[in-house]
Design a protein around this ligand. Structure first.
Ligand code: GLV
Ligand code: GLV
Length: 316
């Protein structure tokens, strides 16, 4: 049976597929494949392992008559037409859980970087501008004791909340569901989005991208925020209306922002690049050696299960 993988992933996963004796084809180049290249790879494949950068739409699915399973090497799966895959009897699996802590760590790194102007400070020093300690140099905002607004308290949002406790933060959250265990563990308070926006000093986004969350944070939401708020996004870029974000950063409505994800990855708006009060990272939420190895094992194990005729563990 043939497994097509759209990019080289850690060996730990490949070894699992090799042990099963599958015929493994990996897209050979170190870049995101074009759609035609994915179609060429899946034509005769029984399984596809895709990345969040691959759009797996009807056309791709229709070009793979033997396909039984799509394993997305990510927790988010907005890149796949899951309904259509289901209709065609194709199982979709992903990698939840194993990347929760790595992503929450990055969200916290961005919270600290955006509040304490870490990247601006680094640039300042490198440019030779540091002329000695100064009372008003690069003043930021406090993290300790601040109110953290978590938008989307799933696994990752909750993990950020647990970290926030160590910083004596007051936690408020908004979600489709109440998360009572999380409330018990952290003292977090469930609030409507409007209230979260108006009370949080720091807002961190952890919702999946769906039709409902597209531009969840736009012009109206920025207007509701506290003056001088800080916004961090490690989920999907399309959740924030970047035009509205750029205005809010330019006119000083919010103090700063940090983004690991963008509306039109990998293209970044020029205005974002030119703004000093934003930290930008290249979608590296899950990018630790251990996490990426675990993700590879997880997705390959589940693909192997489906191809052996067993139930997968992480079915979407
Ligand atoms: C990364 O963004 C993922 O969804 O795994
Ligand atoms: C993703 O894993 C989430 O539930 O936050």
């Amino acid at each position: 049976m043939k497994v097509f993988i759209t990019r080289k992933i850690p060996e730990d996963g490949i070894r699992i597929l090799e042990k099963e004796g599958f015929d493994i084809e990996i897209f050979p180049e170190d870049r995101i494949p074009e759609k035609e290249e994915i179609i060429r790879g899946v034509k005769d494949a029984d399984a596809l392992i895709s990345l969040l950068t691959d759009r797996i739409d009807r056309e791709v699915i229709d070009s793979a008559p033997k396909l039984k399973v799509i394993g997305n090497y990510a927790v988010g799966y907005n890149n796949i037409d899951v309904d259509y895959a289901k209709k065609k009897g194709i199982i979709v699996v992903n990698t939840p859980g194993v990347l929760t802590d790595a992503t929450a760590d990055l969200a916290f790194a961005l919270i600290l970087a955006a509040t304490r102007r870490v990247v601006e400070g680094d640039k300042f020093v490198r440019e030779g501008k540091f002329k000695g300690w100064a009372p008003l140099l690069l003043l930021g905002k406090d993290v300790w004791g601040a109110t953290l607004g978590i938008v989307g308290a799933g696994r990752i949002g909750q993990a950020v909340g647990h970290r926030a406790k160590g910083f004596n933060m007051k936690i408020i959250y908004y979600d489709k569901f109440r998360r009572e265990n999380f409330e018990k563990e952290t003292g977090a308070e469930f609030v409507p989005l409007e209230k979260l926006l108006s009370q949080a000093d720091i807002i961190t986004i952890h919702v999946p991208l769906t039709q409902e969350t597209y531009h969840l944070i736009g012009k109206r939401e920025f207007a509701l925020m506290k003056d001088g708020a800080i916004l961090v996004n490690t989920s999907r870029g399309e959740v924030i209306d970047e035009e509205a974000l750029i205005s809010a950063l330019k006119n000083g409505k919010i103090f700063s922002a940090a983004l690991d994800v963008f509306e039109n990855e990998p293209d970044i708006r020029k205005e974002l690049l030119d703004l000093p009060n934003i930290v930008l990272t290249p979608h590296i939420g899950s990018a630790t050696e251990r996490t990426r190895r675990k993700m590879a094992e997880m997705v390959c194990n589940d693909v192997a299960r489906v191809l052996r005729g067993e139930e997968p563990i992480n079915k979407v």
